[in-house]
Design a protein. Sequence first.
Length: 215
Amino acid sequence: MSRIFLVRHGERSGDKNRLIGRGAGYPLTTRGQTQARALASWAATQRIACVYTSPRERCLETARLLNEAAQAPIEVSNALDEFDFGAWTGRTISDLKGDEQWYRFNSERSAVGAPQGESMAEVQRRIVVALKHWAEVHALANIVAVSHAEPIRAALLYFMDRSLEAWSELEIGEASVSVIEYNQSEFTVAEINKPPPGSADLLVRSHNPREAHIP
């Protein structure tokens, strides 16, 4: 049996109410760096074969610490990239409260995407295809995939055989770890949104799941 550890990046800089999406910059805060180091201490005990990561700076910072601690190769993959918010990129949640497409996006995730951006079905497709491929490549080994709340949520819903409309039921906090087990072509979600062991003082910051789309 192998395990896929889905890791969300640590706390990022910038306005948490703003949809930064794939915008350049936004490195980890001091707290985010501390969270990532806690993740690295955990990763050093997991016999990890490879660390895959989103190309966003906040993920790269997190992944590099995991890579060093686990002494495993690191590979950047667009399959783990942040949701493309398109025309919504850079706008705040309060800006979008009267936007009909924004409302439909949050109530009909399977059907409605971002203007000039992605749909969640597209996000789910790209991350699931990649995770299945990596599970086969690293059979009987553990891998890490460092990504963002939305792609991680989409992957978990797929392997739980749940609709994308159930997105608000899954909270994916900063520096959290979710675990998918792979055994003879079968995938099982074993854990969701867990902080790394020994990080009680850095518990994953809680937030309203209805605002869980914030990257």
